[in-house]
Design a protein around this ligand. Sequence first.
Ligand code: IMP
Ligand code: MG
Length: 179
Amino acid sequence: MEKVTLHDKQFEPYISARELDTAIDAVAVRVAGQYADKLPLFLGVLNGSFFFASELLKRLPIACEISFVKVASYRGTVSSGTVSQLIGLNERIAGRHVVVLEDIVDTGNTITHMVESLQDHQPASVAIASLLLKPEVYKKSLPIDFVAMEIPNIFVVGSGLDHDGLGRNLPGIYRLVER
Ligand code: IMP
Ligand code: MG
């Protein structure tokens, strides 16, 4: 793996595709064990979760469904800060065991809004699975149930994660070169 330049920034190899594979194997075993007879509905958060969603689901020998949603953030007209809205949720959520799939949980703002919106639809349960987690940054009380790998507070791209639209297609994970 070589350094890559995306827009104005340089990134260097950080986690190999093989290491990620092994970490996702372990998550898949846990998810399959917990959801074997629950017909879970996986909800991937676009765009970043496409890689993790496909890698996780191909490892699950259980009956399941998958759909994708977008989280649109916009500034409210009042001084309430950023408001998030779920777009593309067409499935009936009521009574379902939902597993939200994320590429990365950083502050947890995105996933917290997402789970709160989902709760309005009365699911039987909601769990979160994320390819990456930054535990030094994440301070919310909501448990992140399944995490493939934890990373420190650095900026990374690859395997679904982007820098301003670029880098999602890189195999493995690359980290920003600070200079
Ligand atoms: P949070 O709401 O702070 O948890 O951030 C979640 C979103 O920020 C993720 O879904 C990513 O889109 C983006 N993000 C956070 N950290 C990184 C990173 O290191 N690389 C690329 N995107 C990131
Ligand atoms: Mg994202």
